[in-house]
Write a new protein. Structure first.
Length: 365
């Protein structure tokens, strides 16, 4: 065990013994999120726990300590022609792998390649009693059964301190193309559904209303022949040198996100891809749509929350605040739209099993 890990373990055991809350901190790049804001208690800094433990390019797996910067991991993978296919968002420099997994967020390619949690092969963690535990491994067959390692994805540090992660990586696609279409939202959703039933290398999509016109962007990735054939079949305008725009979509730096009014929160609506255009509250503009219709970003006041949640539930999904309208916005209670008593009971039992004293990131849920 490294000296840094031993010190972190000592801090956790001490906090458990004294019933002292701990605020787990990585790079702090998601502090804007209601579940990413600093929690009450003493800060438990994980950035010193950094470094690549193992990278075996031929096995398509990398194991790193939780404090390792995401951009450093991506740079290492790029040198071997590999990538984190789920495109983790990077809202600011300095994000760590532990924070990446704890937030569970995925980028534009999520609808085609899967979510972050699908790439987590194993984790090492400290539970609320300071016990060092390891789950999963470095190959897919080790994640059969009750998958505790993937349970850490999206836990926001409320269950355990992630100390080490093993991730599946993929080769960079041989070919890529971005197509542009002028379509309104209903037309774009219908077209995406039609394409979804065809053998096309669809990788990502983004629909946005730009100066009153609806525009759909579609990214194709795959073999050279497959991408060329899809471009010829789908039509549209082929764009060039647009990777920066997809990065901006991933990191919420597109003009649509920057134009958010100060009094508006950014809402995240997770829906079935087949959900129709939603009837949004009066005065709420059209959303930005990703994941072939499965993810819709809406800019609206927090007072519109009940209407947004009702619209999302009616379509078979959920709505939550992603960025609050102001510094006090963490008061927005509906971070998770959990109405099911059974889901609430599972959440409570997991918290009791991992952190019985409730010392990790208290007050976040």
């Amino acid at each position: 065990m490294s000296d840094v890990l031993a010190q972190i373990q000592h801090r956790v055991r001490q906090a458990h013994a004294q019933q002292t809350p701990l605020s787990i901190r990585g790079g702090g790049t998601k502090a804007f999120h209601p579940l990413g804001a600093p929690a009450p208690g003493q800060t438990l800094e994980l950035r010193p726990l950094a470094g690549v433990i193992e990278h075996e390019p031929t096995e398509l797996v990398i194991t790193v300590r939780a404090g390792t910067r995401v951009d450093e991991v991506q740079a290492l993978l790029a040198r071997h022609g590999q990538c984190l296919a789920f495109e983790p968002p990077q809202f600011a420099p300095g994000g760590t792998v532990g924070g990446m997994v704890a937030s569970g967020l995925s980028g534009p390619a999520r609808a085609s390649v899967g979510a972050l949690r699908d790439f987590v092969l194993g984790v090492e963690l400290l539970n609320g009693q300071g016990e060092l535990l390891r789950f999963g491994g470095q190959v897919m067959k080790n994640v059969a059964g009750y998958d505790v390692s993937r349970l850490m994805a999206g836990s926001w540090g409320q269950l355990a301190v992630i100390t080490e992660v093993s991730l599946k990586v993929l080769p960079v696609a041989p070919a890529e193309a971005t197509l542009r279409f002028e379509l309104d939202q209903a037309q774009a959703l219908a077209q995406l559904h039609r394409w979804g039933g065809q053998p096309l290398p669809l990788n990502a999509s983004c629909w946005v209303q730009d100066e009153g016109r609806g525009v759909l962007y579609v990214r194709l990735r795959g073999a050279q022949a497959a991408v060329r054939s899809a471009c010829a079949q789908m039509g549209g305008e082929r764009l060039h040198e647009v990777q920066g725009d997809w990065d901006a979509c991933r990191d919420h730096s597109l003009p649509w996100f920057a134009a958010r009014a100060p009094q508006h929160a950014l809402w995240r609506l997770s829906l079935p891809q087949t959900a129709p255009v939603l009837a949004l509250p009066p005065g709420v503009d059209a959303p930005l749509v990703e994941w072939h219709g499965g993810l819709r970003w809406v800019q609206a006041a927090e007072s519109a929350g009940e209407a947004l949640r009702a619209a999302a539930r009616a379509a078979g999904g959920s709505a939550c605040v992603f960025r609050a309208a102001d510094a006090d916005g963490t008061r927005a209670r509906a971070v998770f739209d959990l109405e099911s008593p059974s889901l609430q009971a599972i959440h409570h039992r997991l918290k009791q099993a991992f952190d019985p004293a409730g010392i990790f990131n208290t007050g976040r849920a």
